[in-house]
Design a protein around this ligand. Structure first.
Ligand code: ZN
Length: 118
């Protein structure tokens, strides 16, 4: 038995999964921003069928997120893909998804509206 037991290595030994999104997320973000071209569609808006151009000029306003959202991907048994979208679109979509999940958890099925005409 090895008697060496380092009590100080905890920080180094911490895996990326233990750190949660941290490292992976940052890496994905850096990669996606490097690949981004002006006019690439905002993933959040694309998911609802709207073309919303992104630009390379404001990386601080862009966020990386999982597509489909992690909860949905897990339910489908697939790996979500990381994509970029505008932070404001992300926040808005997150709220909508949150409400939908809340409704599902409470056993309320999202009822199809009788007024489907636009
Ligand atoms: Zn958007």
């Amino acid at each position: 038995m090895a008697g060496k037991r380092s009590g100080r290595g905890w920080q180094r030994g911490l895996s990326t999964s233990e750190r949660g999104l941290g490292n992976d997320h940052q890496k994905a973000r850096r990669r996606l921003l490097a690949e981004l071209k002006d006019g690439d569609p905002c993933a959040r808006c694309l998911a609802r069928g709207v073309y919303h151009a992104m630009v390379t000029g404001w990386p601080q306003l862009l966020e990386v997120d999982d597509f489909p959202p992690r909860v949905v991907a897990r339910a489908l048994g697939i790996e979500p893909e990381k994509r970029l979208s505008w932070r404001s679109c992300n926040r808005r979509a997150g709220g909508i998804l949150g409400n939908q999940i809340k409704a599902l958890r409470q056993g309320r099925e999202p009822k199809p509206s009788p007024y489907t005409r636009w």
